[in-house]
Design a protein around this ligand. Sequence first.
Ligand code: 6PG
Length: 251
Amino acid sequence: MNHRILPNSDELAEAVARVVSHRAGEAIRRRGRFSLVMSGGTTPLAAYHLLGRVPWVERIDWTKVHLFWGDERCVPLNHEDSNAGSALTALGRPPGLSPANIHPIPGKLGAQSGAESYRKELVRFFGRQVFPVFDLVLLGMGPDGHVASLFPNDRALAEQERFVTGVAVPREVRPRVARITLTLPVINSAREVLLLIGGKGKSGAVKNLLEGSGVDAGLPAALIDPAGEFTALIERSAYPPPERPQEAQNS
Ligand code: 6PG
C-alpha cells in the first residue's frame, strides 16, 4: 500500500478528484466506460462535491460513468443515513450522468434481499465473469479499521464466494442499522483502490496499517490487497503524531 499525507480535507478532496478524473479518462479510452465504487461516510463528500463542479465536472465524460457503492445502510435512498443519498447530494447532477448509470445498493430491501438484488445488478453489468472488476474503488476507514461495512471479527471478512453480503453492525457502530457490503474478493479484484482517511480517532489504526501490523491488530483495512494499484490518502489530522524521543535515562 502506497500512502500520501495531505495537509487538510480540501487537499485530500483535490487529490481524490485528480485520481478519479485520470482513472475515468483511462477506463473510457480503453473500455468505453468507467465503473466507480463510491464510499460512504463523510470523508469523501468534499471530493464528490468537487467532482460535480467546474473545473472537475468538465474533465470527465459523465455519459460513460457508472456509479456503484461499496456499502449501504438498510434505509431508503432519501434517508439521511443513506450513503448513496448523501453522495449524490454532494455530487449534484453532472451533465451526462444518466440515472440508469447510477447503481445504488437497495438498502430499503433489507440486508439479505438487498444483497441478492445488488448481486444481480453486478452480474447484469459485468456479465458472468468470475468477479466484478471495478475500475476504481473508493473506501473510507473507521477508527476500528473497518472499510465499507466490513467490521473487525465479522464473518463477512471470510466471505470468498459471494459478491455482496448483509451485515449486522457491531454494538458501538452508528447508525445502528443493518448494512449491505461488497465483499473482500470483489474489492480486491479492482484495478485501483483508494483508501481515504480523514477525521479524528484514526491515528492508532493508521499507525498499525503503515507499520504492517494491521492484520495482527484485526483491522479489515489491512486485508485490502487489490490486484491493481492501492493508495491510502491520509489527512494530517488522522496521521499518528511523531513518536516522542525516549526521555534520556537518568539525564
Ligand atoms: C459507512 C461507510 C464507512 C465509512 C467509514 C469512515 O457506511 O459508514 O461506508 O465504511 O467509510 O466509517 O467514515 P468517515 O469518512 O465518516 O470517517
